[in-house]
Structures are given as structure tokens and as C-alpha cells.
Design a protein around this ligand. Structure first.
Ligand code: MOS
Length: 757
């Protein structure tokens, strides 16, 4: 069988995207389409006393205005701790203001311009209170962080051994606090929902990473049955986590369309993308490392305080990777939440792992300097040969090879460990490294495959294309299992009428959905093989299934390839239009409960540790920075990322994922910071002019590669996960390189130049 997976197949949807043929959720041509514009609270704490909508209602082209005064009753979605809704606040059901940017209502008009203008005519009178709107302000005001609710404790905190004992044994200690700022996702496509009612049938074209979650949340909020709600999402222009949950604008589009009896499209403005769909929480992380003179860790303490809103217990679990990373006998990982008068945070690419590994891998770097040990050597002295927390063996782990091969590509051996010792003319040079890791998360999923008499196949599975390459990789998986060239396989996704799949989040799509597609394709093929070997008109008649191979749409005898016939011939001879197979897959150790959860739009996430194995991806980052001696401007001039993530099904799309992750990590280290005005609680940086993301000129010289790795345990494909690992540890590698260049340790991201003055 010719391998289709493992090849750098071009994106099968690339042409549709560049020609504009691909319809995103705001591109759906519909008759009588109206435009919804959302208006928001300008205060961050208090109450709406009065809301005057008369002028807006009378404005030209306006069909209606909905506020908490005339909104229909919406039912609460139980989101704790990780349900489908973005927060526990139900939109437009109360006059209390919990954060700046909270949605106050929606204006619906015949054009976007008229709706936008009418929204400016809304007059809101507030009763305003003084907010504490950031984690920093709350810590300065000595507000007490809250202990985690019980279910989150179990998921996120950890301990082993005896921490005080471990610290007592330590000869060297690093005891530092690291902080990271609020970051926003900023996908190219803003969140958008187009709502269409047909009697009591609701269809939403929604930019989402989770069609089934949206269906569940919307049906629950409106009191409809799931069958009455259909979500379609064929293309999503990036999500990075902000499209995992069902945020307020989705339900506002639905109730607006009902009220004005027309299809309604709501597209968030770039500014609203900063207030309406979550963000990466700011963190304050206290890390204590204890080690012997030889650099053997005796104690690790990682305590995080994470920002969240007043209306959610959303936790950004910064300590999630800390228990598994190093073979240290004594450890405590603890998280607490600081509820502030700001919007609800959410997942953002490697939600806890990215800020958490910045802190932990910075502390490890500090330990390496304190002990005068090479940072890679320090990590190898504490290498975990099995999961130190669960005691389970790894399903696969090639981290030592990532360190070795990454170092070789980078030229690490030429590094002089002395800070400030390397230059390039007027510039200081710094080389830093850090570890990358990301759990292998798994969920149940389902898929259907149809093999047609004309020799082509259609594979279908709910799922999502968020720019990662789902269409392409699923096509490859189905083509290989069927023995068809990929050009003759079509893959359909993004519709709740298709087989059920989990959220495209936590880097689980290839492993979970891919396993279902593989199983359904194998099952369809097997049906046709059975038809052939039991059909006396077939040249394959009487042979065993195991003797039959498939290639280019032809089934043939493995030991005598001249004997065979095409799928099409067999299917047509049986007077069928197509043969169809539907299959579901459960991850190892998963059960019916997981299945039922996924199938009702609830996040059934199987963690990386099951009854037998601990399943993680690993990698190593190496960064070179060049810093202007007097201006302190930092440039990342070279970056090498080495990853071991199981089998790579498409080196091109997988490579793009880790490069994208590294760019986000560099950006997190140097540029990205959401600034809030302490007085008002309003965001100062709610635009791409003020919120800095890198442009092409900021990014250069990124080299990534995947190590060959076989993992027979994670799933039938042997593929782990590539979506998020690139951002994990990359910010630490940059921060460590900056220390190496300057001798100055900045423990607060982003490392903007004034912090280096
Ligand atoms: Mo990811 S942050 O789970 O989209």
C-alpha cells in the first residue's frame, strides 16, 4: 500500500481559500440578511440604571434593539468547570456590570453601517463603582486569592514526597516570582455568527472550534432540543482557543434573528475581540527549586495566582506540566484564583503550559547559572525516565534526543556560558534554551465513509478546520486506509449533521478524529472486500480478506497483483450507488460516559495519563537574541525547535503548527501585552495598533524539525499532538537568551526594552 500519510501533501482546501471560494461564517449569502451590532458597557463595575434606545430604534434602517429590558429569558448553561459556555453570566438577563465590554445589547439594521451608527445613539446611565480590574492591582491591594473549587484541585494541583524535607536537603535554592501579562488571541478572522430561523429550526453559521458545544449551549439557553439547532462551520480563520466556547455574541445573533424575523449576521469588531471572547489570564508564579551541588533537584514548588473574572472560576493551570517534567522526589503544585473586575479569561494556545513553562524553565535556567552547569546538562541530570507523578512509563519519550539534536543544529557547543560574553559588533548576543512539552489529550469521536460506484470516496466527521489542516490530514488518513489516491477522496466537516466529534482544542483533533476516520475507512474497505470475496464473478472470489491489498482504487491479491478489480466494479455489480460505514472510537481507558459527554456537546477530555501509560509530547527550543547595547532593542535572530510528537502525518502542516507556536512564544516573550487602565478597568490596547503582534520583519530564522518517534499506545495512528507544543517553553528560551546576552534576569513578560534599561 502506498503511504499517503507522512507526505507533505499540499492543503486540499488551499485553492478554495486563496480564490475566495471558501465561505467563512460571515460570508454566507442570504436573502433579507440583517446586520447586528453589539454595544458594550463602558464601565467595569456597577449597574445599568437606565438605557435609552429610542433614538437608535428610530434611526434609518433599524429593525430592532434588544437589551436586558426586552430580551427573552435565556436559560443558564452549567459550565463548571469546563462546560460549553464561556462564563456563567447569561447575556442580557441582568443590569449588573461585571466587566468593561460586557455586552449590553444589540442593534439590528438593514446595513452594517446603519446598525453601527444606530448603536452610537444608545444612551446608558450607570451607577459606577471603583474596580479592581487586574491581577497586579489586586495583589498590590492585598486582595486574597481564592482556593480552587474542588473539581479543579484534582485536575490541576499536585504534590508528592515532603517539600520541606526536600528544601532542607538542598544546597542551592532558587526562589523567585515570575509574572506574565494578559494576552489576546487575535485570529485573523474575528468571531462571527450568522443566524437563520426556519420556524423553530435554528441554523447558525458560526466561527467556532466546537460546533457540538455551540449546539448544546445554544439549545440549552433557548430551551430548544438539540435537534432544532444546527451549527455549520466549514472554515475558521484561526481560533487559538477563543473560539472553543459559546460566547455572548452567538446567542445574541440567534435572539436577534428571531426578533426581527430575518437572518442576522453578527461580526465582532477587532476591538470587541478584546472584550468578548476571553483572553490568556495574567499570572503570578512563585517558584522554589532546591538542588544538590551536583544539580540534582530535591524540591520543586510551583504556586500560581491566576486572574479570572467575577463571573467564572476559569483556571489557567500554569503548573500542569511541572509534576511530570523532572525526576524530583518532593513537589508541590498549587493554584489560586484572583477574581477581578475584568472579562472572563479562557483557553489560549497551551493555556496553562505556555505561561507555566516560561516560569519553570526560567527558574531552571537560573539554577544552571547558580550551579555553573550547562542548562542542557542540568536537565539531563534530572531526566525523568518515567512519569515521576503517576509512576507510569511514558508511551514514548524522545526528549534527550530533542536536546541533543536541537543543540547540534543550533551549534550550542560553541556557547560561552558567561553572561554578556558573546557579541556581534555592537550587539550583545545571547543563547538560551528551554524544554517543550504538551500532554496528549484524547476524546471519543465518530466518522462516516462512503465509497461510491464511480470510484471516489467521501469521508465525513463533524470537526473543524481552524487553519491547522484538518481537511488535508483527514483526507490523507482516509485515502491511505482505502487505498485511494487523495485526489479521489473528499473530506467534509463542520456541520452538526455529520458524525460527532470533540472540540478542536487541546491539540487532540488528529489523534481523536483521525482515529475515527481511519476506523470508518477501514470498515468501508472491508465491506467491499467482503462483497468481492463472496462474489463468484469477482477475481477475488474465495480468497481471505487478509490476502487482499488496495491501491489506486483497486483491490488485488497481495501475492498475485494481476488478480483484482476496482472498488467501482464491485460496487456497481452489486447495483449499489455507494457502500457506507459509520464508526466511533474511544480512547484507551475511555468509557461510555466519555462517549455520551462528547455526543451531547460536553468536553470529555481524557488526560495524558491512563491506567498504563503517561502520554506526552516533548521538544527543545534554542533561541539566539541580538540586543542593541545602548537601545536594548531585542531581536530573535535564530531559533531552533526540535520536537518528538509521535508519527507526523503531514510534515508540512505539522511544521506550520510548531512554527506558528514558536512565533507566538517569541511574541509572548517580547511583544504581547494587554494593558488595562486601573482607574476605569477599560482596556488601553484593544486594537492591533496598540496590542503588538509580530510582523514578518520581527520573525526570522526559525528552523524546526520532528524526530522520528513510534508510539504504539496513544492511538491507532501513533500520532501525538502538534497544535500547541510550539508555544510551550519558547518564551522561556527567549528570556533565557536575553539573560545570557545581558546578565539581566527579567521575570515579567513581555520583556519590553524599558525593563532592560
Ligand atoms: Mo486550544 S487553546 O485548546 O484552542
Amino acid at each position: 500500500m502506498s503511504a499517503v500519510t507522512g507526505r507533505p501533501l499540499e492543503r486540499v482546501d488551499g485553492r478554495a481559500k486563496v480564490t475566495g471560494e471558501a465561505h467563512y461564517s460571515a460570508d454566507i449569502p442570504l436573502d433579507r440578511l440583517a446586520y447586528g451590532v453589539i454595544f458594550e458597557s463602558t464601565i467595569s463595575k456597577g449597574r445599568v440604571v437606565q438605557i435609552d434606545t429610542q433614538a437608535a430604534e428610530r434611526a434609518a434602517g433599524v429593525f430592532g434593539v434588544i437589551t436586558h429590558l426586552n430580551a427573552p429569558k435565556l436559560f443558564k448553561v452549567n459550565m463548571f468547570p469546563h462546560g460549553p459556555a464561556g462564563e456563567s453570566l447569561v447575556p442580557l438577563q441582568q443590569d449588573t456590570i461585571y466587566y468593561s465590554g460586557q455586552h449590553l445589547g444589540i442593534v439590528i439594521a438593514d446595513t452594517l453601517e446603519r446598525a453601527t451608527y444606530a448603536a452610537t445613539l444608545i444612551d446608558v446611565t450607570y451607577e459606577e463603582q471603583t474596580p479592581t480590574a487586574t491581577l497586579k492591582d489586586a495583589l498590590e491591594r492585598k486582595e486574597e486569592p481564592q482556593a480552587l473549587p474542588a473539581p479543579l484541585v484534582k485536575q490541576s494541583n499536585a504534590s508528592r514526597g515532603d517539600l520541606p524535607q526536600g528544601l532542607a536537603e538542598a544546597i542551592v535554592r532558587i526562589d523567585q516570582t515570575y509574572s506574565t501579562s494578559v494576552n489576546h488571541h487575535n485570529p485573523m478572522e474575528p468571531s462571527a455568527t450568522t443566524a437563520v430561523w426556519d420556524d423553530d429550526q435554528l441554523t447558525l453559521y458560526d466561527a467556532t472550534q466546537w460546533i457540538f458545544g455551540v449546539r448544546n449551549a445554544v439549545a440549552t439557553m433557548l430551551g430548544l432540543s438539540q435537534e432544532n439547532v444546527r451549527i455549520i462551520s466549514h472554515f475558521v480563520g484561526g481560533g487559538f482557543g477563543c473560539k472553543c466556547f459559546t460566547w455572548s455574541h452567538v446567542i445574541l445573533a440567534a435572539i436577534a434573528a428571531k426578533q426581527v424575523n430575518r437572518p442576522v449576521k453578527v461580526v465582532l469588531t477587532r476591538e470587541q475581540m478584546f472584550t468578548s471572547v476571553g483572553y490568556r489570564a495574567s499570572s503570578s508564579q512563585h517558584i522554589i527549586l532546591g538542588a544538590t551541588r551536583e544539580g540534582v533537584l530535591t524540591a520543586i514548588s510551583h504556586e500560581g495566582v491566576l486572574q479570572t473574572s467575577k463571573v467564572a472560576n476559569y483556571l489557567t493551570p500554569v503548573g500542569l506540566l511541572t509534576p511530570m517534567l523532572y525526576a524530583c522526589p518532593n513537589l508541590v503544585v498549587n493554584h489560586r484564583l484572583m477574581h477581578v473586575d475584568a472579562g472572563t479569561p479562557t483557553q489560549m494556545r497551551a493555556p496553562g503550559e505556555a505561561p507555566g513553562m516560561y516560569a519553570l524553565e526560567s527558574a531552571m535556567d537560573e539554577l544552571a547559572y547558580a550551579l555553573k552547569i550547562d542548562p542542557i546538562e542540568l536537565r539531563l541530570r534530572n531526566y525523568a525516565e518515567s512519569d515521576p507523578q503517576s509512576g507510569r512509563p511514558w508511551s514514548s519519550k524522545s526528549l534527550a534526543d530533542c536536546y541533543r539534536q536541537g543543540a547540534e543544529r543550533f551549534g550550542w557547543e560553541r556557547r560561552n556560558q558567561e553572561p554578556g560574553s558573546m557579541h556581534d559588533g555592537d550587539y550583545l548576543l545571547g543563547w538560551g534554551m528551554a524544554t517543550a512539552a504538551y500532554p496528549v489529550y484524547r476524546s471519543p469521536a465518530a466518522a462516516r465513509v462512503k465509497l461510491f460506484a464511480d470510484g471516489h470516496a467521501l469521508a465525513q466527521s463533524g470537526s473543524h478546520e481552524i487553519g491547522t489542516g484538518t481537511y488535508t490530514v483527514m483526507t490523507q488518513i482516509a485515502a491511505e486506509a482505502l487505498g485511494l489516491p487523495p485526489e479521489r477522496v473528499q473530506f467534509a466537516l463542520g456541520d452538526t449533521l455529520l458524525p460527532n466529534t470533540p472540540v478542536t482544542g487541546a491539540s487532540r483533533t488528529v489523534g481523536s478524529v483521525g482515529s475515527a476516520v481511519l476506523k470508518a475507512a477501514a470498515s468501508a474497505r472491508s465491506q467491499v472486500v467482503q462483497m468481492a470475496i463472496t462474489d463468484h464473478l469477482s477475481p477475488l472470489y474465495g480468497h481471505l480478506e487478509g490476502q487482499i491489498a488496495a491501491q489506486d482504487g483497486r483491490l488485488y491479491l497481495e501475492h498475485d497483483p494481476s488478480q483484482g478489480e476496482s472498488y467501482g466494479d464491485i460496487i456497481a455489480r452489486h447495483h449499489l450507488e455507494f457502500v457506507e460505514a459509520y464508526e466511533e472510537t474511544l480512547p484507551r481507558d475511555a468509557d461510555e460516559t466519555d462517549r455520551n459527554k462528547v455526543f451531547s456537546g460536553i468536553n470529555a477530555l481524557r488526560g495524558p495519563v491512563d491506567s498504563k501509560y503517561a502520554m506526552y509530547n516533548f521538544g527543545a527550543h534554542f533561541a539566539e537574541v541580538r540586543i542593541d547595547r545602548s537601545l536594548k532593542e531585542v531581536r530573535v535572530t535564530r531559533f531552533v525547535g526540535a520536537f518528538a510528537t509521535g508519527r507526523i502525518l503531514n510534515p508540512k502542516t505539522a511544521g506550520s503548527q510548531v512554527i506558528g507556536g514558536i512565533i507566538m512564544g517569541i511574541s509572548m516573550a517580547l511583544l504581547e501585552e494587554t494593558v488595562t487602565d486601573s482607574q476605569t478597568g477599560r482596556l488601553v490596547t484593544a486594537s492591533l495598533a496598540d496590542y503588538h503582534v509580530p510582523v514578518h520583519a520581527d520573525i526570522t530564522g526559525i528552523e524546526t524539525f520532528f524526530l522520528e518517534e513510534h508510539d504504539p499506545f496513544v492511538n491507532p495512528l501513533g500520532a501525538k499532538s502538534v497544535g500547541e507544543i510550539g508555544i510551550v517553553g519558547s518564551a522561556a528560551a527567549v528570556a533565557n537568551a536575553i539573560y545570557h546576552a545581558t546578565g539581566k534576569r527579567v521575570r515579567d513578560l513581555p520583556i519590553v526594552l524599558e525593563k532592560l534599561m
